[in-house]
Design a protein around this ligand. Structure first.
Ligand code: GLA
Length: 357
C-alpha cells in the first residue's frame, strides 16, 4: 500500500480518522426520526491532506490503488472520489474556502457490506479539513455535514445514524441515539457478550434505488397517518396502520415496532432478552420492510440456531451485505467457524468481519 510520502513526496499537514459502524438494533428508523443503536467497529478510514498549488485536487486511494483528479466546479467521475468531493463542497457551502489539496486515503473498513465505509470516509475527510483549516465544527456538526455530502453528492437519501456513529461512537459501548432530538447516551453491552459480524458474500444490488424507494414509502405512510414522521406513532397506537394498504402498512409496522424494540433493548442488561429483540428485528426487516435476501436469511438462521448466539439479524440497509449477532464472548471464533462451514454447505461463501483479524 503506497504511503502519502510515496505518492506526493513530503508529509501531510493534517490527518483525520473515523471508524466504520455496525448497527445492533434500529434499522431504517433514522430517516423516520426514530431510535438507533450502532457501535463502532475496529476498522478505520484515514485521510491525510496537504495544500498544493494550481486548481486540480489530487486524490489517491491506497485501498483501491487509484488516483482521481478533480476541480471544485465539476464533480469527479470516479465514484470513490465523490464522497471526498461532496465533503469539500458542503464545507464551501457552509461558507469556508477550501484550498487545492493533495489527498491520500486508506481504509480497512469493508466496502459495500453495510458497515458504513462511506460515512467513515466522509467523517475522516471532514476531520482532516477541520484540523487543516481550523473549522469551528463540533462532532455533531461534522456528522451533519457528512450526511449532507452523502445525500447531495452520492444520491443516497440516508438518515443521520451512520455519520453520527462514525463521529461519536466507540468500539466498547453502543451509541443510543434519538435521531430527532439528537439526545444520546452510551450503552454498555450485556455482560459476557460480544459482537460478531459476518459477511454474507452477497453484494448489495439495487441498494441505492431500493433504499430511496423505502424512504419515500415511509414518508407517504406518515403523510397518510397525518403525522410528521412514523416516529410519532407509538406502539400502543399500532392499529392506526390498519387504515393503510400494502406496502405502506407493512413499512409503517416495521418502523413502529423497530422503534419500540430499541427502546426496550436499552432497558435490558440480559443478553437473551436483547437477542430476542434482534431476532424479531430480522423477521420484521424480512417480512414487513422486505430488505432481506435468501443468503442473509440463511446466514441469520444458522446464527440463531447456535446455542451460544443470543440473537442475530441483517445489519445496515439490507439487500445483501453483513449480519450481526450478539454472542457469548468466549465463543466468537467457535461460532464463526461452525456457522461459516454450514453456510458453505448451502453453496454460499461468507467471511468474518468483526472481530477483525
Ligand atoms: C443506511 C443509511 C442509514 C440507515 C440504514 C438503515 O446505512 O445510510 O442512514 O437508514 O441504512 O438503518
Amino acid at each position: 500500500m503506497k504511503s502519502f510520502e510515496a505518492v506526493f513526496g513530503g508529509v501531510p499537514a493534517a490527518i483525520g480518522h473515523a471508524p466504520g459502524r455496525v448497527n445492533l438494533l434500529g434499522e431504517h428508523t433514522d430517516y423516520n426520526d426514530g431510535f438507533v443503536l450502532p457501535i463502532a467497529i475496529p476498522q478505520q478510514t484515514h485521510v491525510a491532506i496537504r495544500r498544493r498549488s494550481g486548481t486540480a485536487f489530487s486524490l489517491y486511494s491506497a485501498t483501491l490503488d487509484r488516483t482521481a483528479t478533480f476541480a471544485l466546479d465539476a464533480p469527479p467521475l470516479d465514484h470513490f472520489a465523490t464522497y471526498v468531493y461532496g465533503c469539500i463542497a458542503v464545507v464551501r457551502t457552509a461558507g469556508f474556502e477550501v484550498p487545492t489539496l493533495d489527498i491520500h486515503l486508506s481504509s480497512t473498513v469493508p466496502i459495500g457490506v453495510g458497515l458504513s465505509s462511506s460515512a467513515a470516509l466522509e467523517v475522516a475527510t471532514l476531520r482532516a479539513l477541520r484540523l487543516l483549516l481550523t473549522l469551528p465544527f463540533d462532532d455533531v456538526a461534522i456528522a451533519q455535514l457528512a450526511q449532507r455530502a452523502e445525500v447531495k453528492h452520492a444520491g443516497v437519501h440516508c438518515g443521520l445514524m451512520d455519520q453520527m456513529a462514525a463521529s461519536l461512537a466507540n468500539t466498547t459501548q453502543a451509541l443510543f441515539l434519538d435521531t430527532r432530538t439528537l439526545e444520546r447516551r452510551l450503552w454498555v453491552l450485556p455482560p459476557d457478550s460480544a459482537v460478531l459480524v459476518l459477511d454474507s458474500g452477497v453484494a448489495r444490488s439495487l441498494a441505492t434505488s431500493a433504499f430511496n424507494q423505502r424512504r419515500a414509502e415511509c414518508e407517504e405512510a406518515a403523510q397518510r397517518l397525518c403525522v410528521h414522521a412514523l416516529r410519532d406513532v407509538d406502539i400502543s397506537e399500532l392499529s392506526r396502520i390498519d387504515a393503510l394498504d400494502y406496502p405502506l402498512r407493512s413499512r409503517a409496522r416495521h418502523v413502529i415496532t423497530e422503534n419500540a424494540r430499541v427502546l426496550q433493548a436499552v432497558q435490558t442488561s440480559n443478553p437473551r432478552d436483547f437477542g430476542l429483540l434482534m431476532n424479531a428485528s430480522h423477521a420484521s426487516l424480512r417480512d414487513d420492510f422486505e430488505v432481506s435476501v435468501p443468503a442473509l436469511n440463511c446466514l441469520v438462521a444458522l446464527l440463531q440456531a447456535e446455542p451460544e448466539v443470543y440473537g442475530a439479524r441483517l445489519t445496515g440497509a439490507g439487500f445483501g451485505g453483513a449480519c450481526v449477532a450478539l454472542c457469548d464472548d468466549q465463543a466468537l471464533q467457535r461460532v464463526a467457524d461452525r456457522v461459516l462451514n454450514q453456510y458453505t454447505r448451502e453453496d454460499f461463501c461468507g467471511a468474518v468481519l468483526v472481530p477483525s483479524a
